[in-house]
Design a protein around this ligand. Structure first.
Ligand code: AMP
Ligand code: GLY
Length: 424
């Protein structure tokens, strides 16, 4: 098989590494890819939103199977464009990717089908939102831009004043662009967060092992929200009791709800869960693998990923027995100092060869580029240093040891990824 992967981050590198292990695969292409993906795949310089070019390339290169990793092309309908020319594609169509593309849609879906989530109201103009905040809200309260906003369209407001300012930012000043044409105002919840990824074939769902992300830039969950500074898997807080609750009220219920709405979902549903004192609640859905959750989940998966993904496309996921290794993995993101605000790029990265010799260690590339000087930093999140271990403590020690193998100017990381393990 010839496989095309669309995307360019650490998630796509982890997907490519899994795909490369499949005996079914002869050749991998990635658009646009990065320097690390380039060691496993042929990178083609086409952007993830250049649908016509991607479709033309897929036809010309006789691609047998395409995997769309990123949210923007999924929500924009890349799967539909490729399917229209007869291609086999892993990922939800546009009418199903709305599960991530519109928070108002996903909240209404959960309400209609009794899927546990925070209480909320949707608004399409600022006056009504402000009136609600003045008359009905209690604080803290959560404001969410409806559309995709690079994971940044969520504001937690402690007072009425802050919340009014938030409505202004989202709906009037359009800080998040057209994502703020509508917004959700929802109840503030407390508890631990867990990310659960799943494969879905339109009807059936298979849950992957759990993970936890660290979204803030600095140690102790301080600083600004980022794309994610590190992950661990499995989450010790995702107990059998939590799993049983989610199996009963959340996972299959979501798949059935989408099918009932005439929007059958095929691909990955990422359940962002909050384990509240009253039980698990859905914080958000994503219509794709998480980044950097994928970097700790896929290395632990025993199945041939292509077999699982083909089962999703063909609707026979019920025949698949999804299996994960009985161990743990931790991913520490090496970023450019200053991320997520302002940072320099173009510094040479040294020491990555060592990962090729060490079993159970992975250096997933996010923002890197191959130049004449070698591989250089090319983004805020640069590498996802991942290691497995017999348990979380060991995986964590291994991952932090491996962060020392790599050097580049302005290297920055959090030192407390997986610290929560100690409290479990
Ligand atoms: P989301 O993009 O919806 O996952 O929101 C981003 C982050 O904001 C989440 O990971 C939570 O940390 C936080 N958050 C979102 N919704 C709520 C809520 N209702 N209560 C408390 N925190 C929230
Ligand atoms: N790590 C969170 C996300 O992928 O949205």
């Amino acid at each position: 098989m010839k496989v095309l992967i669309v995307g360019s981050g650490g998630r796509e590198h982890a997907i490519a590494a899994s795909v490369a292990k499949s005996p079914k695969v002869d050749k991998i292409y990635c658009a646009p890819g990065n320097a690390g993906i380039g060691q496993l795949a042929e990178c083609v310089p086409i952007g993830a939103m250049e649908f016509d070019k991607l479709a033309a390339f897929a036809k010309e290169a006789e691609i047998d199977f395409t995997i769309v990793g990123m949210d923007d092309p999924l929500v924009g309908g890349l799967v539909d464009v490729l399917e229209a020319q007869g291609m086999r594609v892993f990922g939800p169509r546009k009418n199903a990717a709305i599960l991530e593309g519109s928070k108002a849609f996903s909240k209404d879906l959960m309400k209609k089908y009794n899927i546990p989530t925070a209480a909320y109201e949707n608004f399409d103009n600022a006056e009504d939102a402000i009136q609600y905040l003045e008359e009905k809200a209690s604080y803290p309260i959560v404001l969410k831009a409806d559309g995709l906003a690079l994971g940044k369209g969520v504001l937690i407001c402690n007072t009425l004043e802050e919340a009014k300012e938030g409505v202004k930012e989202i709906m009037l000043d359009k800080h998040f662009g057209s994502a703020g044409n509508r917004m959700v105002i929802e109840e503030f919840m407390t508890g631990r967060e867990v990310s659960v990824l799943s494969f879905v074939d339109g009807k059936h769902i298979r849950i992957m092992t759990s993970a936890q992300d660290h979204k803030r830039a600095k140690d102790g969950d301080q600083g600004l929200n980022t794309g994610g500074m590190g992950t661990f898997s499995p989450s010790p807080f995702y107990t059998e009791e939590v799993d049983a609750f989610c199996q009963k009220y959340i996972y299959q219920a979501t798949v059935d709800a989408m099918a009932a709405e005439g929007r059958p979902f095929k691909g990955v549903i990422f359940f962002g869960l909050m384990l509240t004192p009253n039980g698990p609640r859905v914080l958000e859905y994503n219509a794709r693998f998480g980044d950097p959750e994928t970097q700790v989940v896929l290395p632990r998966m025993k199945n041939d990923i292509i077999e699982v993904m083909e089962a999703c496309v063909d609707g026979n996921l019920d025949k698949i027995d999804l299996q994960f290794e009985d161990n743990a993995a931790v991913c520490v993101v090496l970023a450019s100092d200053g991320y997520p605000v302002a940072y320099e790029k173009g510094f040479v990265i040294k020491g990555m060869e060592r990962f090729e010799q060490e079993e159970g260690y992975y250096c997933f590339h996010a923002g890197t580029k191959l130049t004449e000087e070698g591989i250089v930093t090319n983004g805020g999140r640069v590498l996802g240093i991942t290691a497995k271990g017999a348990n979380l403590k060991e995986a964590r020690a291994n991952a932090y040891a491996a962060t020392e193998w790599v050097s580049f100017d302005n290297k920055y990381m959090r030192h407390d990824i997986g610290k929560a393990i100690d409290e479990a």
